[in-house]
Design a protein around this ligand. Structure first.
Ligand code: ZN
Length: 131
């Protein structure tokens, strides 16, 4: 699998692209839109809003800059809601990263599962709508 430094999902081989396409088919149109926004780094998190809308780039819950990675992996306020995702990575014995969270696994089944957990997580912390 090809990965660039930032974990960009678009730098991939044909096999990986086919797996990514199948993941999208498992989602509703709305969920697919949200996933694509996250993958393309155009999601409405603090840093993005600061850059394009002139709003504060700080996380509303802790004293850190709110990037997609912060929201998805690091924010201490949503640790409890992230439990299923953490459990998934522990079971798979894979290091948690933004790339893997957004469908970077080699198998279609694993990608569908992790993306589903990510959508559930964002729904639980009430952030799916404003992403
Ligand atoms: Zn935070």
């Amino acid at each position: 699998m090809n990965r660039d430094f930032t974990g960009n999902l678009f730098v991939t081989m044909k096999k990986q692209r086919n797996i990514e396409t199948k993941v999208y088919k498992e989602l509703t149109r709305y969920e697919a839109k949200k996933l694509f926004q996250l993958q393309s780094h155009h999601a409405g998190v603090g840093c993005y809003k600061a850059k394009f809308l002139g709003q504060s780039g700080e996380c509303l819950k802790c004293d850190a800059s709110e990037t997609i990675e912060h929201l998805m992996i690091m924010c201490c306020e949503s640790e409890k809601e992230r439990h299923e995702i953490t459990k998934f990575f522990t079971q798979k014995k894979v290091q948690q990263s933004l790339y893997m969270l957004l469908g970077g696994f080699d198998s279609e089944e694993e990608n569908c599962m992790i993306v589903s957990l990510v959508i559930q997580f964002l729904t639980r912390i009430a952030r799916l709508k404003d992403i």
